[in-house]
Design a protein around this ligand. Structure first.
Ligand SMILES: [Zn+2]
Length: 260
């Protein structure tokens, strides 16, 4: 029997304070799930152009697991394992993305406690951002003492799980540079759909380096942040998504987020 292909769209209202009319509450758009990506569902039918219609801020990847997606101010960047950082074109396809129209309500200079390591930055933000049970979108423009990023090379079928593919990732470390960190903090209960805790992507000011952030140390920076109490989850209609085993993959997630 053939499984009917249908786009399943679920609207979930999370964490209390969203009003019925949605006023004052922007929605986080999620296409696919982190567990599907961990399991090897690397092809989606979503496009950069379609995501960009309603969103100007995003973290994700591209079909075939071809590098890393990072977007702010409506510019979607494609960071590849060959080290290139280029604007993505509208017809590029996406297997997983977290996107939103960024309307920050928090703006502040980061304090000295945010310097030294990614962990220190995250601990400092956790103190500032009031509700740990909401999603938070964060943009930091700043000076970094160091940053280590990665991008995974485009995969070919048959796809192996992400923990396997990530063994072939390209990594770069740079010191003393300007850049933009794009972060999403997801609550613990969103495990399986998102990466619980912080997830960072980066592009340097000169666009010479970018990717998924494995480690880093901020010297100074300006934070802009937005709380999100709504999430719109769209499940891909691809055969990959239908077929993969989306069991608990939290230990695999730790491996691939790693190197902190
Ligand atoms: Zn990432």
């Amino acid at each position: 029997m053939k499984i009917a292909r249908a786009v399943a769209t679920a609207l979930l209202t999370l964490a209390g304070v969203a009003r019925a009319d949605g006023a004052g509450s922007q929605s986080l758009y999620v296409y696919s799930t982190i567990n599907a990506l961990l399991a090897g569902a690397y092809e989606g039918d979503q496009t950069v152009g379609s995501v960009r219609q309603h969103n100007d801020f995003a973290i994700g990847t591209f079909n075939g697991l071809d590098g890393e997606l990072v977007a702010w101010d409506g510019v979607f960047f494609h960071v590849r394992a060959d080290g290139s950082v280029k604007p993505a074109s509208d017809d590029e396809r996406i297997p997983l993305v977290y996107a939103l129209p960024f309307k920050p309500t928090v703006s502040s200079e980061l304090g000295a406690d945010a310097a030294g390591s990614l962990k220190a930055l995250e601990a400092s933000l956790d103190k500032q951002l009031a509700n740990p049970n909401a999603f938070w979108a964060v943009q930091i423009r700043g000076r970094l003492a160091s940053v280590t990023t990665r991008a995974i090379p485009r995969q070919a079928r048959p796809y192996v799980p992400l923990a396997e593919a990530a063994k072939h990732q390209a990594t770069w470390t740079r010191t003393d540079l300007d850049g933009t960190l794009i972060g999403l903090r997801s609550p613990a209960f969103s495990a399986g759909i998102s990466v619980p805790g912080w997830h960072w992507h980066f592009v340097s000011g000169d666009k010479s380096i970018g990717g998924h952030v494995l480690a880093g140390s901020l010297s100074s920076g300006v934070l802009r942040a937005q709380e999100l109490t709504r999430m719109q989850l769209e499940l891909p209609a691809t055969s990959d998504f239908l077929a993969v085993d989306q069991r608990d993959r939290s230990s695999e997630l730790k491996q691939v987020e790693g190197a902190r």
